[in-house]
Design a protein. Sequence first.
Length: 380
Amino acid sequence: MPFRRVRDPDRLQALIEAILLVEQDLELPEVLRNFVQRAVDLVGARYGALGLLDPGRTGLAEFVSVGMDAEVISVIGRLPEEKGILGLLIEDPRPIRLADVSEHEASVGFPPGHPLMRSFLGMPIVVRGETFGNLYLCDKEGGEEFTEVDEDMVSALALAAGLAIDKARLHGRMRELTLSEERERIARNLHDTVIQRLFAVGLALQSATRLLGRPEAQDRLQSSIDDLDETIRQIRTTIFAISRPRRVSDGGLRSEILDLTDEAAGRLGLDVHVDFDGTIDSSVNVETAEHLLVTLREAISNVVRHARASTVEVDVKVDDDSLVLRVIDDGVGIDPAVAVSGGRGLANLAERAKLLGGSFGVGRGPQGGTELTWRVKLLR
Ligand SMILES: Nc1ncnc2c1ncn2[C@@H]1O[C@H](COP(=O)(O)OP(=O)(O)OP(=O)(O)O)[C@@H](O)[C@H]1O
Ligand SMILES: [Mg+2]
């Protein structure tokens, strides 16, 4: 262990306390901030920062700093550029300790407005051989250089920081999972109990109308029953909309699409026709497939909620370099003004298409009704 060389009991104690941060259950931003602060305190640096790498490990996705004024940060920007020494640490994750950062051959100088810094200690954060990011410390107090012992301490701290980051990320993922299970549970509950009950109430009311003598009373009750039917229909659509977007299983995209349209037909009483063209299963990667399923679910929800349609046609087509989904209904048609200013649904589909290098459009279908076209690029 590198920190065997740390002799000063006070510093050793401070180091151990800092390492014990791993124990706490904190959210990622707090984890980062705490570790930077401890690192700065441990080695007596004026400035400290922690940068987390993006998934491709070519740049920084997250950057937390201490010691810098908020005003200065607002001038120089929150994320530093991946050039110079910071870039070097990303490319070649090994500790760097310098008396004067500007004298290193990789140095590119500081951007305008950035405080000048001299002594520097950079330490990669590595977990199970994978580099997560780096700890940076600048300007040791008293104008001194960082020492070998400082480096040892920070390297031990970086180890702990890596574990804490790993843990915080894992917690985040688990929370997401629980959330989607929770949604599924609510959907099932709505379907199995709420809908069944409302249905029973509707039937009971229906038979009660006959017992009422006055026609006005019968009319009023009938209109309440109609409201109830409409409520049931809306709840069914909600169930359909919040059901978990499935993971694309081994069965492949084609069978997922058919499952989804069967569900729509069964639960929502739509007459759905599906048409495939091209090699759907082998050409579409999992990420794109999941975007497509979410898109189809929203399109069908919209048909049920807004179109008053009786049939829907779903076309999925794969050609050389693109995937096209068309959803055509025979309903009342869409008001083009509403389509742009409407809810989150269509905007979300447009964003997904853009993310995948494609396009999105919605308008009047060939026989009235609405035609939605969602086209994305296929990566090979
Ligand atoms: N198939 C359709 N037929 C008729 N009108 C539609 C159709 N799809 C969408 N619309 C209209 O476009 C509007 C915007 O749709 P969008 O999906 O963005 O929002 P939303 O469904 O109202 O709400 P949400 O945010 O829950 O999706 C809808 O409010 C509706 O008026
Ligand atoms: Mg919608």
